[in-house]
Ligand binder design. Structure first.
Ligand code: UT7
Length: 309
């Protein structure tokens, strides 16, 4: 879906969207394609490139706020679709930070010997919870999935450090009100679209730049690195101005910052693993590289991870 397509839906312009967000187009899943369908494609791709079998996977983590069902988890749906006979599968609900949470959990499981090989998928069908008449949000969000496989190893590569933090007080800056058990759909639900994403973009923007920079700085320090040692910086793709603001605070120059927001928009939990996949496909990730990922989203919640590729 291009910006020109959105000009037909709401009072917006390609010029506004590109200059304020960096987004030129985004991908919207067909009605018949569910979140778990996208997640399965991504997981299959990651397992193929890692050369691991379904039997070997003992942990499946799905990060999403748009699961196929309220019950069970998307991860269990994925397990049914792909067949992981020896795994436990569960979801992480941490909005755009979900993939970093998933990676942190998998890292902890592996370090403590509770798992050996994990699949972590970030997947979202945000188009299903987007109000397509709200220009504040509909130009931003999109659908997609990305996945990684992590495994125990002793070669010196792996997760160097992680950082997670949240602040529930700022929940109303980004949320969907109706559809849970506090405000369930009822017969008299007014259909005022309060089951769709509502966002205070300007306030979120300020917190995002500050906390993403803090989180990234923390994992760089905890990994005994400096910003100069970061080979590739992979931030959540919410807004090009946020990405540039964070990189500037960290003094990481533009050629070490991975950006694909122009093509995909904001895919929430899928954004970082999609970016990792593309960076890998483009030959930007070599063994020994220091990769720093950082994300920020509804909760509010934010986090970062430093990884030796
Ligand atoms: O995924 C993690 C969570 N999400 C984020 O981190 C998003 C953070 N926020 C942002 O990316 C930006 O705040 C936005 C892209 C959402 C908005 O950019 P902004 O520069 O903060 O604009 P604004 O909200 O201050 O709005 C400026 C003006 C307003 O008009 P008035 O009140 O000044 O007349 C908006 O109504 O731009 C207007 N506007 C638009 N105009 C054309 C808002 N959306 C649009 C639009 N097209 N799509």
């Amino acid at each position: 879906m291009t910006n020109a397509d959105l000009e037909k839906l709401v009072d917006t312009s390609d010029e506004w969207i590109v200059s304020r967000t960096g987004i030129k187009q985004r991908h919207i899943a067909e009605d018949s394609m569910s979140n778990a369908d996208m997640a399965a494609e991504a997981a299959k791709g990651a397992m193929e490139s890692a050369g691991v079998s379904h039997e070997e996977i003992d942990l499946v983590i799905s990060a999403t706020v748009t699961p196929d069902y309220r019950l069970p988890s998307n991860a269990c749906v994925l397990q049914e679709m792909l067949g992981f006979p020896n795994a436990v599968a569960f979801d992480v609900v941490a909005a755009c930070t979900g993939f970093i949470n998933g990676l942190t959990i998998a890292d902890s499981f592996i370090r403590t010997g509770r798992a050996r090989k994990a699949v972590i998928v970030g997947s979202e069908k945000l188009s299903a919870i987007t109000d397509w008449s709200d220009r504040n949000t509909c130009v931003l969000f999109a659908d997609g999935a990305g996945a990684v496989v992590v495994e125990a190893c002793d070669t010196g590569s792996g997760v160097l450090s992680t950082f997670l933090r949240s602040d529930g007080k700022m929940r109303p800056l980004l949320w969907t009100k109706v559809g849970g058990t506090r405000y369930p759909y009822t017969d008299d639900y007014p259909f005022d679209k309060s089951d769709k994403i509502r966002m205070n973009g300007a306030d979120l923007f300020k917190v995002a730049v500050k906390e993403m920079a803090n989180a990234a700085r923390q994992v760089i320090e905890d990994a005994n690195l400096t910003p100069d040692d970061v080979t590739l910086f992979v931030p959540h793709q919410a807004n090009i101005r946020i990405i540039e603001g964070v990189a500037k605070r960290l003094k990481i120059d533009r050629d070490r910052v991975f950006v694909n927001i122009e093509e995909y928009g904001n895919t929430s939990a899928a954004s970082v693993p999609i970016a990792l996949h593309e960076a890998s496909q483009q030959g930007l990730l070599k063994p020994g590289d220091n990769v720093v990922m950082v994300a920020f989203g509804g909760g509010l919640i934010w986090g970062a991870a430093a990884v030796k590729w």
